[in-house]
Design a protein around this ligand. Structure first.
Ligand code: C2O
Ligand code: CU
Length: 540
């Protein structure tokens, strides 16, 4: 089939899916005609990358090709398997053509971006091998560290684990005026965990799995569990089936898609952009010498002012920006970003599959910085970073009756209020009006327990940035909670929020600009793939 015809077919199947749920079709007609500021082709395809001594590791990765725009907008990154870093400015029109070079369906979600629902990468838009999906949107978000990753039904965990992910960094005038560290001092650190087999291949759900195997979970169809469940049962048996529900943890920490213990840094200020790109693992980040962390940004960009914390929790998909002046350490010092021990994370202790080699909540080193020799070049951190209004919960249409979304566990299936993912479905509770604000409460009270164990979740809402209004935890869980609570940074704009065992988290959401069908789900990817995901519908 020639490319043009294939594109037409894709467009019409996407259009049919959209029409089926009463939504606008692909593309933003008003914008067609003007050339985009940036046009990039992203191919998702199998590759081999040398990560460990010996055999290369089979991965899936995004390869970028600049078709139009400033060459600096597409940064190939520094080795490893991650996709390119895409750098844009607020207000730019971006066109990205996803080409599916994988042996199974895929689609890209722009995590944290405020875009129309046809541009958001919902699994109903997944494209078949060989097909292409054209994204065309205007960057509406403020400056911040956003990212992109696959979102096909039931296969997100597998595809991200195989290597598909990249950063999408937005800048704007407010941020530029601050003169924050730039160039080599603006350093992204994408944190992921992987397990390798003896042949250097990634192990996912019990199988050395760099190779692709097509599954039964198709584009719109597929069973509840997609192809994953069947594979888990055939492949690694019961333990791997459990991991497919509870979450996959690797025993090695990878930074920026490579196995690297650390790097040398100059004696000056750095901006560290952290993304937890792990499938399930949560990090409790701290400096090895006990110095406090200076947090300047979260998911949706800069905070109003820096905050200092002894440690920082970073759940799957969350971002945090740290400001650090390495000049305060003497030349040759090794300072390590560590993850400290905490309780209440995902762990398989005592369960059928046995214990993970590096359990969630275990302590380990993340990345070592060796301070270089030159003279220190001190820099001041601005004490005002950005203008952020305090949240106005009284403006919510349900200010007195927050909607409750409880994480639940049924017969080996996760859910929200007892319901698992339904491709085109959204309940009345999940229906909101365009232009309004609502308060939602994510509850993790224990109805989501499995054999008496309650797990943390990382709740993400597509299509917008929200504000965290408050948290409460039941006294039954307060001991575990005490090991994480000082590391939660709820200031600023968020799209993903850690909900610990026994916790209730209230958020304020605004449904602006775009009607349609969007997702909200747990970003622990095996939870998501096993049903802890639902749609919400924005009605005009
Ligand atoms: Cu980053 Cu629906 O996810
Ligand atoms: Cu979860």
């Amino acid at each position: 089939m020639d490319t043009r015809r294939r594109q037409l077919l894709i467009r019409s199947s996407a259009a049919a899916a959209a029409a089926a749920v009463g939504l606008p079709t692909l593309g933003a007609p008003a914008e067609r005609g003007n050339p985009p500021d940036l046009h990039v082709e992203l191919r998702a395809e199998p590759d081999r990358v040398s990560l460990l001594p010996g055999a290369p590791t089979r991965v899936w990765r995004y390869k970028g090709r600049l078709l139009q725009g400033d060459a600096s907008a597409l940064d190939a990154g520094a080795g490893g398997y991650l996709g390119p870093i895409i750098r844009v400015r607020t207000g730019q029109r971006v066109r990205i053509d996803l080409v599916n070079g994988l042996p199974e369906s895929t689609i890209i979600h722009w995590h944290g971006l405020h875009v129309p629902d046809t541009m958001d990468g919902h699994p109903r838009f997944a494209i078949a091998p060989g097909a292409r999906y054209e994204y065309d949107f205007t960057v509406a978000n403020r400056a911040g560290s956003y990212w992109f990753h696959p979102h096909p039904h039931g296969r997100t965990g597998k595809q991200v684990y195989a290597g598909l992910a990249g950063l999408f960094l937005v800048s704007d005038d407010e941020e530029a005026a601050l003169g924050l560290p730039a160039g080599a001092q603006d350093l992204p650190l994408v944190l992921q965990d992987r397990t390798f087999d003896a042949d250097n291949q990634f192990v996912y759900l019990g199988a050395g799995d760099g190779d692709a195997r097509p599954t039964g979970g198709g584009m719109m169809g597929g069973g509840m569990m997609g192809g994953r469940m069947g594979r888990g049962m055939m492949g690694g048996g019961m333990g791997s089936m459990m991991a497919g529900m509870m979450g996959v943890l690797g025993d090695r920490i990878l930074v920026n898609g490579s196995v690297q213990d650390g790097r040398e840094v100059e004696r000056r200020a750095y901006r560290l952009r952290l993304l937890n790109g792990s499938n399930t693992r949560t990090y409790k980040l701290a400096w090895s010498d006990g110095a406090p962390l200076t947090v300047i940004g979260t998911d949706g960009g800069l905070l109003a002012a820096p905050v200092r914390r002894d440690y920082l929790m970073l759940a799957p998909a969350e971002r945090a920006e740290l400001w650090v002046d390495f000049g305060r350490w003497s030349p040759g010092t090794e300072i390590t970003l560590r993850s400290l021990a905490f309780e209440g994370g995902m762990n398989m202790g005592g369960m059928m599959g046995g214990r993970a080699a590096l359990p969630d909540g275990a302590a380990f080193a993340v990345h070592r910085f060796t301070v270089g020799s030159g003279p220190a070049r001190p820099a001041a951190l601005p004490q005002r970073l950005s203008r952020i209004e305090p949240p106005q919960p009284r403006q919510a249409v349900n200010a007195d009756r927050p909607k409750v979304f409880e994480m639940t566990m049924g017969m080996m299936v996760w859910g929200i209020n007892g319901a698992s993912f339904d491709m085109l479905g959204a309940s009345e509770l999940e229906t909101v009006r365009l232009g309004t604000q609502e308060i939602w409460e994510f509850r993790n009270d224990g109805r989501g327990s499995m054999m008496g164990m309650v797990m943390a979740h990382s709740m993400h809402v597509h299509g917008l940035q929200f504000r965290v209004l408050g948290r409460s935890v039941s006294s039954r869980f307060s001991d575990a909670y005490a090991t994480v609570e000082d590391g939660l940074v709820d200031d600023g704009w968020k799209d993903t929020v850690l909900v610990m065992p026994g916790e209730r988290v209230r958020v304020l959401l605004r449904f602006a600009d775009f009607p349609g069908l969007f997702l909200y789900h747990c970003h622990m990817l095996e939870h998501e793939d096993s049903g802890l995901m639902r749609n919400y519908r924005v009605e005009a």
